[in-house]
Ligand binder design. Structure first.
Ligand code: SF4
Length: 226
């Protein structure tokens, strides 16, 4: 592909977002939650685990520890027993209890509503914080870059950054702020439906005329890093 001007790349990115909006006009979180507390804990548990697996453990988790106060006082080993079917359950049990303790001690029992405060919670990075801000408080302060957003950004040559954090900064610089909100959910759906990690369905892909990687599978960049 010939060198692309910044302006052309930006226009291509905006058009990608427009088509994603047509493809996925109403996307819902696959994670089950009823309030900001359940959301932050569920997203924290979902790292490197499917949302379906998280949804299997959270009903019992939130039945036993229905609010930050109860989880803050929970025994980490007991929490671990409840979530032990998901990946990295030991560390996640520690993070969940630690996050609840900080929510109680430092934020009056309310999940904080700013990026700066959220990323202080154990186990909460920018990705989790972006999702919580967006879904719990309607605040768009960034783009949550998960494995799908990361892979698609690289295939579309919107970013060649080596990490999701750096990829987020590339996307924020490329896209107008008003387009940030739906990127995470829409691109996750697209990454599951069409631009999958190992066998992207380039034939018939609605972005094929916008995609420099069409027909040239690069594989999953996260796999290459291992
Ligand atoms: S053309 Fe292929 S690589 Fe490009 S976005 Fe579509 S499925 Fe992904």
């Amino acid at each position: 592909m010939p060198r692309e001007s910044k302006r052309a790349k930006r226009e291509r990115a905006v058009e990608v977002c427009r088509r994603m909006g047509e493809l996925y006009p109403q996307v819902e979180s696959a994670l089950w939650f009823r309030n900001p507390y359940e959301l932050v804990i569920s997203v924290l548990l979902s790292a490197q685990t499917t949302d379906a697996a998280v949804n299997k453990v959270t009903p019992e988790l939130f039945r036993r520890w229905p609010d930050p106060e109860s989880l803050a006082a929970a025994d980490v080993a007991e929490v671990g027993e409840v979530i032990r079917t998901i990946g990295f359950w030991r560390a996640k049990a520690e993070h969940a209890v630690g996050a609840a303790q900080m929510i109680v001690a430092d934020f009056g029992g309310e999940v904080p509503g700013t990026m700066e405060e959220l990323i202080k919670l154990p186990g909460v990075g920018r990705k989790t914080a972006n999702i919580v801000l967006n879904k719990a408080y309607g605040v768009v302060d960034g783009i949550a870059v998960d494995t799908h957003v990361f892979r698609i950004s690289r295939r579309l040559r919107f970013s060649d950054a080596p990490t999701p954090l750096a990829c987020e900064q590339d996307l924020l610089a490329l896209l107008p702020r008003e387009l940030w909100g739906p990127v995470n959910e829409q691109w996750i759906h697209f990454g599951r439906d069409t631009c999958t990690a190992h066998a992207p369905a380039c034939d018939g892909c609605p972005l094929m005329d916008l995609c420099p990687s069409c027909g040239k599978t690069e594989g999953n960049p996260e796999k290459k890093k291992r």
